[in-house]
Design a protein around this ligand. Structure first.
Ligand code: SF4
Length: 296
């Protein structure tokens, strides 16, 4: 059941900028995520199999964030803030709780640029506010000449197959709806693209399936597509590796031995797999003339 909690800090400063999403900071309006993706890295003993049931609203987040942003702005420590690194900023609770909305209003007030990756269409509620942030945000000096935008919006997909998405991402909108959302965001003039993260070994990483994602991104007007592999953490009952392997049993049990060979006791795929995926993604991005990074 949704509950409310007090927190001491909201704005997390990274040791170094995220090389993919370009954020120097992150904030999470909620603890837990009702998209409930089985592969989610935040899963584990803290949450149950259904993360929606243990979801928490950070009740005092806006008061704390206001102070933290003001302090950073005063020292001219501007940087992109990722809203929702451990939750989706637009889970269905956002309709009522409006935590993300409040955070965006503070970003505008203190002129911080934002990055949002979502699987939910509620982001369209905030289009006008995001446009204001896009114009008003102050970028860190080294991004001023390359990025030139105060808002970056990604839709996140792991497959274009609706059945697989229903099994793996039960609380998210369909991949097709996410691509429609991307079209809308592009029509509204945003810098926007696709996070194909995580691509699923033997399911959405073969050439035709990965190509299907890249073609859908291109047709939806994406400025970029970021392609990344699948990490599977933990062996506890609510951990992503356990839940994902259960999904494999239901979806196609013959894949289990392939995954066991690929992951072994590890949570990551081997470097050789990661390099092959990177090369494949770059080859397909060149074929469809789409950037494999947010900035050129
Ligand atoms: S949308 Fe992101 S944060 Fe939410 S469950 Fe899925 S992977 Fe986790």
């Amino acid at each position: 059941m949704l509950h409310y909690k007090q927190v001491k800090s909201v704005l997390n400063k990274h040791k170094k900028r995220d090389s993919w999403f370009l954020d120097d900071y992150s904030v999470n309006p909620y603890e837990g995520c009702s998209c409930n993706c089985l592969y989610c890295y935040i899963r584990g003993s803290k949450y149950d199999e259904n993360m929606d049931e243990g979801l928490a609203v950070k009740a005092n987040a806006l008061q704390i964030l206001e102070k933290q942003l003001a302090a950073r702005a005063k020292k001219n420590q501007y940087g992109i803030v990722a809203i929702g690194s451990g939750t989706d900023a637009y889970i269905h609770h956002e309709q009522k709780e409006q935590q993300t909305l409040g955070m965006l209003q503070l970003m505008l007030k203190h002129r911080f640029p934002v990055f949002i990756s979502t699987k939910c269409t509620l982001v369209t509620r905030d289009i006008e506010l995001l446009k204001e942030i896009d114009k008003a945000a102050i970028l860190p000096e080294d991004l001023q000449h390359t990025l030139k935008r105060g808002v970056i919006l990604s839709v996140s997909v792991s497959t274009m197959n609706e059945n697989i998405s229903n099994m793996l991402e039960p609380g998210a909108t369909s991949p097709q709806q996410r691509m429609e959302l991307l079209k809308k965001l592009k029509q509204e003039g945003f810098l926007a693209g696709v996070n194909a993260i995580p691509v699923l070994p033997y399911i959405s990483d073969p050439d035709p399936e990965l190509e299907e994602i890249i073609v859908a991104a291109k047709e939806s007007g994406a400025d970029y597509i970021l392609v990344g592999g699948l990490t599977l953490f933990g062996n506890g009952i609510a951990d992503s590796k356990t839940l994902y392997y259960k999904f494999l049993e239901r979806y196609d049990a013959s894949l289990l031995s392939k995954y066991r060979a690929l992951y072994g006791e590890n949570f990551y795929t081997p470097f050789s797999y990661q390099n092959q995926l990177k090369e494949k993604a770059e080859r397909l991005c060149r074929k469809y003339k789409i950037r494999s990074n947010i900035i050129e």
